[in-house]
Ligand binder design. Sequence first.
Ligand code: NAP
Length: 335
Amino acid sequence: MTPKLFVTGITGYIGGSAVDVIIKAHPEYEVAALVRSDDKAELVKSKYSSVRIVKGDLDSVDTIKAECAKADIVLHFADCDHVASAKAITEGLAASDKPKYLIHTSGSALLADISKPERFGATILSEEKYADVSTLSTVTSFPEEGHVHRDVDTIVLASPSNVHTAIVCPPTIYGPGLGVANTRSIQTPGLTKAILKRGKGFTVRGGKNVWNSVHIRDLCALYLLLTEAAVKGGQGADWDTEGYYFAEDGDFSWGELAREITKRAAAKGYLKSAEVEELDVEEVKKLHPFGHVLWGTNSIGKAERARKLGWAPTEKSLLETLDELIEQEAKLQGL
Ligand SMILES: NC(=O)c1ccc[n+]([C@@H]2O[C@H](COP(=O)([O-])OP(=O)(O)OC[C@H]3O[C@@H](n4cnc5c(N)ncnc54)[C@H](OP(=O)(O)O)[C@@H]3O)[C@@H](O)[C@H]2O)c1
């Protein structure tokens, strides 16, 4: 039987990239995609003529439920904070007793306790280092307060018994996306943009805080492995209470990253100097309303489970992609 996939976020950075990799590896899969505008639907159809467009947005809960009832596997990339769609997906998948698979995208900002303002820009504490096998129970029992994405993770983890779930929890993703619309990530492009726009480098209070990173192509390889496992009845992968997957190729400090971006941008003539200022949280918020969270928190989650599945990152490191990123952001700003 041909596997039937229903996906959200096909025009986004993560979803666009992952679906591209999955369709290229498995043109035989039947893919239906939720798309909210006609122009984006045309873009998708122009590249993937076999994809069936489902017109609607994440609040079209009846449409989402009906599509999930028809699908064998759902890949939900669009928004890791959208409660109504997460509920509609799990309810739709539970409409029959048949085993179904949900591969949900969360985000490792979950690991940062943003209710503790003294932690912005601070050195990571050893008890803030997590892993998806050895400390999974901590990761899946954070309180909602202070831990973004946790509300939706909870909905996914409470899926009915016929719905087998895997939550992929990516850290900072870098590298150009592979999809038809947005190919730009969030955190490092945003930091580079803010530095170039401001005309001077900055850190959040010195930037001793640390995150993991992953290249978008490496992340897509994990989505492919999980989708293939789901097609084989879940074989080889962990699901449900154990189905939690970080994906990382190492870690970096946001302060060092900001200094490196500034140094290289200055060498390229986009900044007058390589000077880097330490900004407090309120000043950072003026550059981006969530800048203190995006660039000032700690998030370390070791990808033990993906490696158990045979996944290993092989792409360029974050530092190796910085020149390309600076040129891209400079071009977007007309520099
Ligand atoms: N990028 C990262 O580094 C990263 C890391 C971890 C987690 N995440 C999380 O993963 C999710 C996706 O991230 P992304 O970088 O792929 O974002 P993105 O490039 O903005 O893509 C979002 C996708 O979801 C669709 N979408 C958003 N809201 C929708 C709605 N209300 N109805 C229908 N479609 C909707 C968008 O459609 P349109 O094209 O119509 O806008 C687009 O296809 C976000 O929740 C993000 O916080 C991102």
